[in-house]
Design a protein around this ligand. Structure first.
Ligand SMILES: Cc1cc2nc3c(=O)[nH]c(=O)nc-3n(C[C@H](O)[C@H](O)[C@H](O)COP(=O)(O)O)c2cc1C
Length: 250
């Protein structure tokens, strides 16, 4: 039996699960697989890179007749990227990590659902103010990008649910199986947004050794120093959580 939540009803999907729009790894094939599997696939936009979108968007539109969306990092969006993506008819655009205000109006004016990911209460209030249709509450367990001074998923999700009601909330961070999704629903969320678990799939655009490392790795093996090593130009508030590696130790 499928679970019905405000999220599944809003998008007409079977499962209260969304794919996190992971930069270069949530490409068209993974987005299509999640949407065709009954969740909401969200394509990573790789900062709106036109070549990437020209390659990956058609993979989505050719292979899905179900709802799908695209995610952007708000601090890094290339000029015109949101408009270009909207022309392909996504059902949702997700904005994370930065000020959603410059883009929210354009998304909502197009009739596309606006999803905003937040890592603290100030961001949650701002998401309500810009008219988010769905708010993703990201706890510090989240892999990849996250906020340096965030809170754990378990305590963070319910306070966001209460703060932003009646806007539906997805829980994100450390959710990787049915028990995690059930916990998200118990916290008052309308579903879960899942990243790392979907990276360890055949469809994700990662080297098989990365998928294997995720499966074999342990939570205590993770680190947040990658941004310094790779010279990230993003806001220092939003860090990247990855598996440890000799390169990072160095
Ligand atoms: C490799 C990786 C890359 C990510 N890139 C993005 C991104 O580009 N935009 C975004 O909104 N979130 C990104 N995220 C964060 C997710 O949106 C989400 O909050 C997180 O994956 C949830 O936690 P989980 O990985 O434990 O499922 C990324 C996550 C991972 C693991």
């Amino acid at each position: 039996m499928a679970l019905t939540t405000e999220f599944t009803e809003m998008f007409g999907v079977r499962h209260p699960i969304a794919l996190a729009p992971m930069g270069g790894s949530a490409g068209g094939a993974l987005t299509a697989a999640v949407s065709n599997g009954g969740g909401l696939g969200l394509l990573g936009s790789r900062n709106g890179d036109p070549d990437w979108l020209a390659r990956e968007l058609p993979i989505v539109t050719r292979n899905i007749d179900k709802p799908w969306g695209v995610g952007f990092q708000a601090w890094a969006i290339e000029v015109g990227a949101v408009e270009r993506v909207l022309e392909h008819g996504p059902k949702a655009v997700m904005l994370s990590f930065g000020d959603p205000r410059p883009f929210a109006g354009r998304v909502r004016a197009s009739g596309t659902a606006l999803i905003v990911q937040v890592a603290d209460l100030e961001e949650a209030r701002q998401a309500v103010d810009v008219g988010a249709d769905v708010i993703v509450a990201q706890g510090t367990e989240g892999g990849g990008h996250g906020a340096r001074h965030g809170r754990s998923t378990l305590p963070f999700v319910p306070i966001v649910v209460d703060l932003v009601a009646p806007v539906p909330v997805l829980a994100a961070g450390g959710i990787a199986d049915g028990r995690g999704v059930a916990a998200a629903l118990a916290l008052g969320a309308a579903g879960a947004l899942i990243g790392t678990r979907f990276q360890a799939t055949a469809e994700a655009l990662v080297d098989p050794s990365i998928a294997r490392s995720i499966v074999e790795g342990r939570g205590q093996d993770t680190s947040r120093v990658l941004d310094i090593a790779r010279g990230s130009t993003g806001p220092s508030k939003y860090t990247a959580r990855t598996l440890g590696h000799p390169f990072i130790d160095q």
